[in-house]
Design a protein around this ligand. Sequence first.
Ligand SMILES: Nc1nc2c(c(=O)[nH]1)N[C@H]1C(S)=C(S)[C@@H](COP(=O)(O)OP(=O)(O)OC[C@H]3O[C@@H](n4cnc5c(N)ncnc54)[C@H](O)[C@@H]3O)O[C@H]1N2
Ligand code: MOO
Length: 429
Amino acid sequence: MTDQHAATTLADARRRAAAAAVALRGPAVPTPPRRAVGRVLAEPVLSRTPIPHAATSAMDGWAVAGPGPWRLRPAEAAPSPAQPPTSPADGEAVAVVTGSPIPAGVDSVLRAEHGTVRAEYGGDSLHADPTTGDLAAGRHIRPAGAEAAAGETLLAAGSVVTPAAAAVAAVAGHDLLPVRPAPQVTLICTGEEVITAGLPGPGQVRDAFEVSVPAAVEAMGGRTAAVRRIGDAVEPLVEALAAAAHGEERPGEATDAERAAPQLILTTGGTAGSAADALHPALEQLGAELLVDGIAMRPGHPTVLARLGDSLVVGMPGNPLAGFAALLGLGGVVLDGLAGHERPEDRRLGAGRAAEELPGARRGTRLLPVILDRAGVVPAGRDGSAMLRGLAAADALAEVPAGGVAAGSPARLHLLPWTADRGEAAWDA
Ligand SMILES: Nc1nc2c(c(=O)[nH]1)N[C@H]1C(S)=C(S)[C@@H](COP(=O)(O)OP(=O)(O)OC[C@H]3O[C@@H](n4cnc5c(N)ncnc54)[C@H](O)[C@@H]3O)O[C@H]1N2
Ligand code: MOO
């Protein structure tokens, strides 16, 4: 039974979640850059070559050596970056395009618009526009190693492979990157009364989690491998937890990375500890280690964190906003820790200033759905434990201490992982 007085603080629960997740993460899996996007590097990425690896032209035009006018070397083929020209003699010019390697002996590149070719002296000669600045030494030549020397650290261990980072790594010659695989999630929804389509009849509620948790997990860097639905009895929950912990929920076509990935099992409902609630007895039967049994926060105070074999279990309360408080307040830390982030308990946090009073709970921390508007942080409203409208309108959950946050005071924020998709938050609040 969760006891509000015995419950751990949210900060402590997050620290325990971080430590447990970091302890369970496995080795890096060498992964092609395209598939490594979104993953966390376990080791730094060094440049395998100077970038660029040779001096190259920044313009279409002519590589010139010595003072003009120049004898234009007869073209054997159209210039191309794939056709490195040989060094021009003094007084010679050779046609180049953007990206053409520039051989030794070239002084600068004269861009095409600043030169004129005339047929003279039994061949073509090139004359520079007298006003051009292109004859300054090195003009329009990108030196070898201008962006990076060989062996230079391009991407730090612990950083996320963004699309741009994948591009840098590929340009630096990498075919595989040492990233940690995406944590795999199994979602187990409990509740006889929960239906997944249509309007709820008497004694029924429409499921809030199956439609939302996989996408929220994805936005937090995890992958939902399986969703199971069971009733309220203990035995099916024991079976579902055991199957997930043994990796039986991983699809047959799972990749090496997915098989090597650490796992988070999310359960919904059945946390509160009354005779009707299955999670505690199920975890006990399985010999799971309870790491957090209740958090001094509202909503979501019956949230559970347990270790089951090599998996972590986050028990999300069934009340919808309470379930999301567990997922966003604690589950995100677990996912970030398993994914390889450093100090996962400090990620996804932000700060804002209350534009009006943010009401607290009677005891403990309140996670309050808030909107960040131009004036500052304001409550989103409709924030009862069984409600969702406030969360749907919110940009963040404000961490409000007992007693509240007065208008004008700073508030700590847990940023919602999908906020970027809304595309409208006023971050200058
Ligand atoms: N005697 C006590 N009762 C309750 C306590 C307590 O400490 N002692 N805590 C309350 C608090 S706080 C919360 S939060 C809830 C937690 O409930 P459970 O995790 O045990 O969840 P259930 O009892 O299964 O369901 C609660 C509520 O949520 C609805 N629900 C469940 N699953 C879903 C779903 N997938 N989608 C939408 N709604 C769902 C369910 O129908 C119930 O209405 O317990 C309080 N009670
Ligand atoms: O955790 Mo419950 O959500 O306080 O109602």
